[in-house]
Design a protein around this ligand. Structure first.
Ligand code: TYD
Length: 135
C-alpha cells in the first residue's frame, strides 16, 4: 500500500567480517530512487523536518545511532517511529507531515527519495498542509 507509512525490514547478509544490508528500488522499497541524502552531526536537542511533500516518497534508515520520526497524515493522530537499526527503515508516503527529533550522539539518517530536489514540492506550513489534505 503506497499511501501508508510502514516499517520495512531490509535484507541482512550476516558475516563475521561485518554485516551488510541492501535497498533495491521498486522491490525492497515501493518506489524508484531518484535521490539520496543523509543527515549527520546533529547537535543535541535539534530537530529536522517540519514539512510535508506534495509528491515525494521517502525511505528513512538510521544508519548509525537512533532518532524518532513523527508522522501526521492530517487526522491529528501523530505516529512516532523510533529508528535505531541499520537493517530496517520507515517508508513515508507523500502528503504526510514529518518531523525527526531525539537524535542520539553520532546519529546518521539516510533518506532515500522518489524525486529530485524541488523546493516547490515542500509544504512547510502546517495549516496549509491540513488545507491540502482536505482538498
Ligand atoms: P530540508 O529538506 O528542509 O531538511 P530536513 O527536512 O532534514 O530538515 O533541507 C534543508 C535544506 O537543504 C533545504 O533548504 C535545501 C537543502 N537541500 C537540498 O539542496 N537538496 C536536498 O536534496 C535536500 C533534502 C535539502
Amino acid at each position: 500500500m503506497r499511501n501508508t507509512a510502514k516499517i520495512i525490514d531490509l535484507k541482512k547478509v550476516l558475516d563475521a567480517r561485518g554485516n551488510l544490508s541492501i535497498i533495491e528500488e521498486n522491490s525492497d522499497i515501493p518506489f524508484k530512487i531518484e535521490r539520496v541524502h543523509w543527515i549527520y552531526d546533529v547537535p543535541g536537542g535539534e530537530s529536522r523536518g517540519g514539512h510535508a511533500y506534495k509528491n515525494t516518497e521517502e525511505f528513512i534508515v538510521a544508519l548509525s545511532g537512533s532518532f524518532d520520526v513523527i508522522l501526521d497524515n492530517g487526522d491529528g493522530k501523530k505516529q512516532n517511529y523510533h529508528l535505531n537499526r541499520s537493517y530496517m527503515g520507515l517508508y513515508v508516503p507523500k502528503m504526510i507531515w514529518r518531523e525527526i527529533d531525539n537524535f542520539s550522539t553520532n546519529a546518521v539518517a539516510l533518506v532515500v527519495s522518489s524525486t529530485l530536489y524541488d523546493s516547490d514540492d515542500y509544504i512547510r506550513n502546517f495549516e496549509q498542509f491540513i488545507k491540502n489534505t482536505m482538498q
